[in-house]
Ligand binder design. Structure first.
Ligand code: FES
Ligand code: FES
Length: 151
């Protein structure tokens, strides 16, 4: 079947297979490999992208459901080759180690800051509860979100 959607601001018409996931569509058909393929069972959040500004696990989300919708992946966050405030804050605060979880965390945090421009620490923890990191211990990630929210 054919679907039409907007990915990182660009209109796309894509032929997909029945049962194809959004993760497969973004990585395999559009080459957006910033969408990470982790557990593929909805546990780790590495595959997080935003659909209509809401974080979703793209490994569990059927591609057919994005027909007519807007999707944001990590590739769409920088503007004109310049990192977003949030991306820069992750670097400045040392919130990136192996980096595998980073696109998912940044997109969840981006959605959180849109809803709550000045989140409390508790709200940050809740907003990032669907994302797992095995490297950083989370404190640097929380500081990065706080830094981006204060700028
Ligand atoms: S790869 Fe989707 S939640 Fe882990
Ligand atoms: S930086 Fe390695 S899993 Fe988070």
């Amino acid at each position: 079947m054919k679907i039409e959607c907007t990915v990182n601001g660009q209109r796309e018409i894509i032929e997909i297979e029945p049962g194809e996931t959004l993760l497969e569509m973004l990585r395999n058909r559009l080459g957006l490999t910033g969408v990470k393929k982790g557990c593929e069972v909805g546990e780790c959040g590495a595959c997080t992208v935003l659909v209509e500004d809401e974080p979703v696990d793209s490994c569990l989300y059927l591609a057919a459901r994005v027909d007519g919708k807007e999707i944001l992946t990590i590739e769409g966050l920088s503007q004109g080759g310049k990192l977003s405030k949030l991306q820069q804050a992750f670097i400045d605060e040392g919130a990136v180690q192996c980096g595998f979880c980073t696109p998912g965390f940044i997109l969840s945090a981006h959605a959180l800051l849109k809803r709550h421009p000045q989140p409390t620490e508790e709200e940050i923890k809740q907003g990032l509860a669907g994302n797992l990191c095995r490297c950083t211990g989370y404190q640097n990630i929380i500081r990065a979100v706080q830094k981006a929210s204060n700028e």
